[in-house]
Design a protein around this ligand. Structure first.
Ligand code: SF4
Ligand code: SF4
Length: 358
């Protein structure tokens, strides 16, 4: 029997606990949407980086190194407290590879203690039964793994072949929701892989989304006809996911510019390992201000700032956050780096559509 056909049913106890956690998280998500519609003054989603180092080296990725140390747990907690005090609804831990952080469970526990929805993006290589059960116990609510191909190649080792055993373990032991993101675009050899990955995700009871890589100097480029057909098929398979509401991804697939209001720096924040606030992973350096010095006035300014990269943006999570505010408050300010004179100027990184989201 081929490895990818293995399906192991979770125990009745795990299924019950999974169901209860799903319902609790869904109630919290509905509250999050209600709060976001009533007020524009708090961040809806924040990505934090506790670990820049990664155990892999995908050739398209600009978000990892092979040397940096984990951010100390106490420092992570301080950052989470600042975000909780701002009224942040959801925190997603990203990297690098966050599972390399030795105290990640305590970081997740702190997020939950402070009332925020807890998510994790990982390449999955460190998952085993014991680690999954620790994540259950810490209170994790969402986990996402991106899988780039069916068989590892020189671009990426994040393959169905290398990860399938870990996916089976997740289907058996995880009490949190699991999403598998498959990938299409110019860096991917065989577009059919995305479909195989999405089918496997659904077979194991996970949600499935599809991401698009553009590595041609950041230019938005339409997918080919065959890739577009696969894209639509994977989107249809992922119908349990929030992304089905998102016209943005269809525009990206067709290479069409889109008209929206990016609220990064305000409703979405990216906090790097040095504790600086950035618009997003692909626009590091704007505004590049330490989180502890990031005031409500600065967030308000970014809320009203038109982002020069919006029309060709492929960062889907920020777009999904944007849906909650696209209908109101046109943006009329120009970007302005706001690093205070005393703080070191963060290196500006504008990388277009190169991607590295584990
Ligand atoms: S790349 Fe996209 S998410 Fe990032 S700042 Fe630009 S428009 Fe916003
Ligand atoms: S894409 Fe993810 S797994 Fe690959 S090198 Fe970047 S951070 Fe590591």
């Amino acid at each position: 029997m081929a490895e990818e056909t293995v399906v192991v049913r979770a125990s009745a106890k795990t299924r019950l606990r999974r169901r209860l956690r799903f319902l609790r998280t869904r109630v919290r998500e509905l509250k999050m949407i209600g709060k976001a519609l009533v007020s524009t003054k708090h961040p809806i989603l924040v990505h934090v980086i506790p670990m820049r180092q990664c155990n892999l080296a995908c050739t398209y990725c600009n978000e990892f190194d092979d040397f940096s140390k984990p951010v100390p747990q106490e420092e992570m907690k301080k950052r989470l407290d600042l975000l909780a005090d701002m009224g942040t609804s959801i925190i997603t831990i990203s990297g690098g590879e966050p599972l390399m952080h030795p105290e990640l469970d305590e970081v997740i526990r702190h997020m939950r203690r402070r009332g925020m929805i807890a998510g994790l993006i990982t390449n999955g290589f460190y998952l085993n039964r014991e680690r999954i059960e620790r994540l259950n116990e810490a209170g994790l609510e969402h986990l996402q793994i991106s899988i780039d191909n069916v068989v590892p190649d020189e671009v990426s080792k994040k393959s169905l072949k290398t990860l399938d055993g870990r996916l089976v373990m997740l289907s058996q032991y995880a009490e949190f929701q699991v999403n598998i993101n498959s990938v299409l675009g110019s860096g991917v050899k065989d577009p059919e892989d995305a479909l195989k990955i999405a089918h496997r995700a659904v077979q194991l009871g996970f949600t499935s989304t599809v991401g698009i890589i553009h590595d041609n100097n950041g230019q938005l480029k339409p997918l080919g006809q065959h890739e577009q057909e696969i894209f639509e098929e994977v989107m249809a398979l992922g119908k349990r996911s929030f992304s089905r509401f998102n016209e943005f991804q269809h525009n990206v697939a067709r290479g069409k510019e889109h008209n929206w209001r990016c609220r990064s720096g305000s409703r979405y924040l990216y906090i790097c390992e040095d504790g600086l606030v950035h618009w997003c992973s692909q626009q590091r350096g704007y505004p590049g201000i330490p989180l502890a010095q990031y005031t409500p006035e600065m967030r308000l300014r970014e809320y009203s700032t038109q982002k020069f990269c919006a029309a060709r943006c492929t960062v889907s999570c920020v777009q999904q956050v944007g849906i909650l505010d696209n209908w109101r408050d046109p943006q009329n300010l120009k970007p302005m780096p706001m690093t205070p004179p005393a703080a070191p100027q963060a290196e500006l990184v504008q990388i277009g559509q190169v991607r590295g989201d584990s």
